[in-house]
Design a binder for this molecule. Sequence first.
Ligand SMILES: [Zn+2]
Length: 322
Amino acid sequence: MSHNRLRACLKSALLFAIPIGMLAVFAQPSRTLPDSIVVFAPHPDDEVIGCAGIIMQALARGARVKVVAITSGDGFPAAAAGVTHKPVDQVGPDDFLALSRLRETESRNALEILGGKADDLILLGYPDGDLGNLYESTDDKIIRQQFTQKNDTYALIKKDFHTFVHGKPAPYRRSYVLGDLVELMTTLQPTEIYVTDETDAHIDHRAAFWFVRDAAKQVGYKGAFYTYLVHGLPSWPFPPGVTPNQPFESRKVDGEVAPRALPWPPPRRVPLTLEQAARKLKSIQAHNIPVVGMPEHQSEMESFVKSEEVFWTPARRSVIRR
Ligand SMILES: [Zn+2]
């Protein structure tokens, strides 16, 4: 779906409250709509770490694919320092915005490597590092991100989603994050959703799961719901390194089974060909922010290149938990 068509659809949905899927069905009664895959990434790069194979395979079979970056990764001081060649303790709001612009650009480039188009990347522009605070904010207060000093959504290589649809940014409030996700799901009518797992060590990744799960519940989503793991505990992934000939493995680390709190084998394993694994590596390498003091950052991301991608289906489990 082109960006203009997306906007037109969104406006239709807002003004007339007509499900977009119904409009499409009426317009083309004899055609079955292709699958609609939506990959939610808390930060630019998570989408390819977890789902590059899913994205390229879906695009190759003609499915619609959208990547939704919930934040632009603007809360990472060591990366802002690396991008702007400044000491970490001297980076300011403009430096975090420079990082944000770079990370948005990298996500777009990575998606194009996988066969997607720039329009397939949707930027929500919520604050990196604060998704957990937003989710837990029971009073729906506005949050100001400490690094960019922003308190409403933005994106730098295109309009952020809320501004694109509503003509003005959304305040950093819990209800707006959820509202944007509900609006996206209503419009895109996904048949498969992917988001980071709620056992992830990074709070933004867990909060992304909670928000997407809640939005899915709110719209009565009936499609497939998969999670992917990035910052697995106590350590992840295994085996280490780029191993396109080897699947992911569970291992014991200091007496504890990794990945923690997730079933192994995972309920869904999607094989990648060597060519697909090579393309996944390229898409990860398109994310190349220099991170001061973390020389292993890039190789850790590349360690997600395996002979497969693995997913969990936690919907029932989390419905019980929360
Ligand atoms: Zn992330």
